[in-house]
Design a protein around this ligand. Structure first.
Ligand code: UDX
Ligand code: ADP
Length: 482
């Protein structure tokens, strides 16, 4: 065994330097100075960004991450494009590649596309030497470990007797980090879940975690339970958000107040207070994808009622996002064609530069379809990313201003990094991400410049109603009945 007689892991390779692989290995490296970590990726651009001297240009924005990169990079943490070499030298390999929802073919729209995982397993099978522990880190559909094992196993069988025959153990070790608090979540996890068949391999991975995680928090399960537990955790969290968002609509209709309802139910110990903040609908790369995976799995195993139950969580989220856009149009006298609307926040939540499945995407698309001119601001997300998400191209208009447009909708949008310069002639301001900056807006100043009657739409419940109303502005807040 390459890990030596004492099973010591000296070198770990992580395939995939994205939102999961990057922060996870950085925190591992910080906690395990005796192990060398090599994070590899097919995207040279991403590797270059991780190696950038300017730490504000790292490809993932996470509070506290730049400090750890400064401390570990070049010591026991390396970002590299040399995938094959680093696979060959590793004692343990983490697979942290993306698993987007399939767009075409069997399971389209629900099942995960495992093309990257499969490619990765084939690379490992081809280049690994001796015994290697392969750890599934990305969120994967249940029974993916079987696919990985099969691919690795095939290669094992095809290697000739005289060559150095690699052997593998496959473990599932799902990631529960939440973007924006990834460093804290990785340093102080509620639990670490390790699923697998080989007790020896599970113990080796547990030993690594024990460098900073108390032993009682490290749970061992069979491999399928580990994979299913990850999907279920995300489905339960997403379900809470759809539940509270559905009640927010009822609050607005009845005169109840969602913050009071959340507080009242959250004090029940059995329910708990977390994940009860009503917002514009859940986003992020995991929730929707994982629920759709559960739906696909349930249908596959002949459980349509289970599939329908979970699918309704996603349907409620979609409905909720459209509800907000419809409501904006209604409040602005049924038409927003040509009206300037300032969008505050594009990330799927605060403290991340990630926009995957952000509610802002659907809500902005809806408003653009109605012909609005949006001015979009986000403290971290840049205009290139927004252009990709809104499927639009840039043009320079007659005033030499960059405007973005698409054939898919009537309206257009522009980007701003200075919201104070954009209040003039704005009909409405829509808060979609709960960035701290937006809590500090001087509503009295902004009101003087806006087009009256002007509206503030607060989908995150972050502003003080008294300040907005005193500034002679109309206010809609999520879940607030009048
Ligand atoms: C989630 C899981 O929390 C994490 O354990 C898993 O590993 C990956 O998926 P993440 O997607 O980073 O993490 O974000 P999370 O904090 O869970 O928020 C997801 C979405 O729900 C965001 O759009 C957020 O704004 C929204 N949300 C969250 C609410 O609308 N209300 C809440 O009370 C909490
Ligand atoms: P996640 O949120 O799951 O981390 P990301 O998309 O942020 O997803 O990151 C996944 C990373 O995996 C990407 O940077 C992508 O380039 C990388 N990747 C995908 N397939 C491979 C592969 N076969 N070898 C190396 N890297 C890969």
């Amino acid at each position: 065994m390459k890990t030596g007689n004492n099973n010591e892991i000296r070198r770990i390779c992580c395939i995939g330097a994205g939102y999961v692989g990057g922060p996870t290995m950085i925190v591992f490296a910080d906690n395990c100075p005796h192990i060398n970590f090599y994070v590899v990726d097919i995207s040279k651009e991403k590797i270059d960004a991780w190696n950038n001297e300017d730490l504000s240009k790292l490809p993932v924005y996470e509070p506290g991450l730049d400090k750890l990169v400064r401390e570990c990079r070049g010591k026991n943490l390396f970002f590299s494009s040399e995938i094959e070499k680093n696979i060959a030298k590793a004692d343990m390999i983490f697979i942290s590649v993306n698993t987007p929802t399939k767009k075409k073919g069997i399971g389209a729209g629900k099942a995960s596309n495992l093309i990257y995982v499969e490619a990765c397993a084939r690379q490992v099978a081809k280049h690994a030497k001796n015994h290697t522990i392969v750890v599934e880190k990305s969120t994967l559909p249940v029974r993916t470990a079987e696919v990985i094992k099969k691919i690795l196993g095939e290669t094992q069988n095809s290697v000739t007797i005289n060559s150095c025959k690699p052997t593998f153990d496959v473990l599932s070790n799902p990631e529960f980090l939440s973007e924006g608090s990834a460093v804290k979540d990785l340093n102080e996890p509620d639990r670490v879940l390790i699923g697998g068949e080989s007790k020896e391999a599970i113990d080796i991975l547990s030993e690594i975690y024990k460098n900073w995680v108390p032993e009682y928090k490290i749970l061992h399960t069979n491999i399928w339970s580990s994979e299913l537990a990850k999907l279920t955790a995300n489905a339960f969290l997403a379900q809470r958000i759809s539940s509270i968002n559905s009640i927010s609509a009822l609050c607005e209709a009845t005169g109840a107040n969602i913050a009071e309802v959340s507080r009242a139910i959250g004090t029940d110990n059995r329910i708990g207070s977390k994940f009860l903040d009503s917002g514009p609908g859940f986003g992020g790369s995991c929730f929707k994808k994982d629920i759709l995976n559960l739906v696909y799995l349930s249908k596959h195993f002949g459980l349509p009622e289970v599939a329908n139950f979970w699918e309704s969580v996603v349907e409620m989220n979609n409905w909720h996002q459209h509800r907000i856009s419809r409501l904006i149009v209604q409040k602005l006298f049924g038409t927003i064609s040509g009206k300037k609307i300032l969008i505050l926040g594009f990330a799927f939540k605060a403290n991340t530069n990630d926009t995957r499945e952000s509610a802002a995407i659907q809500i902005c698309k809806d408003l653009l379809e109605e012909g609005a001119h949006l001015v979009i601001h986000d403290p971290i997300v840049n205009s290139n990313q927004i252009a990709i998400d809104l499927e639009s191209n840039s043009i320079v208009n007659k005033n030499k201003k960059v405007i973005y447009k698409s054939d898919n909708y009537e309206g257009n949008w522009s980007y701003t990094d200075d919201i104070n310069s954009e209040f003039v002639n704005t009909h409405a301001i829509v808060i979609l991400t709960e960035w701290e900056d937006y809590k500090k807006i001087e509503w009295s100043n902004c009101s003087k410049l806006m087009k009256k009657p002007a509206w503030i739409f607060d989908s995150r419940l972050i502003i003080k109603p008294s300040e907005v109303l005193a500034a002679d502005l109309n206010l809609w807040q999520i879940g607030y009945g009048t």
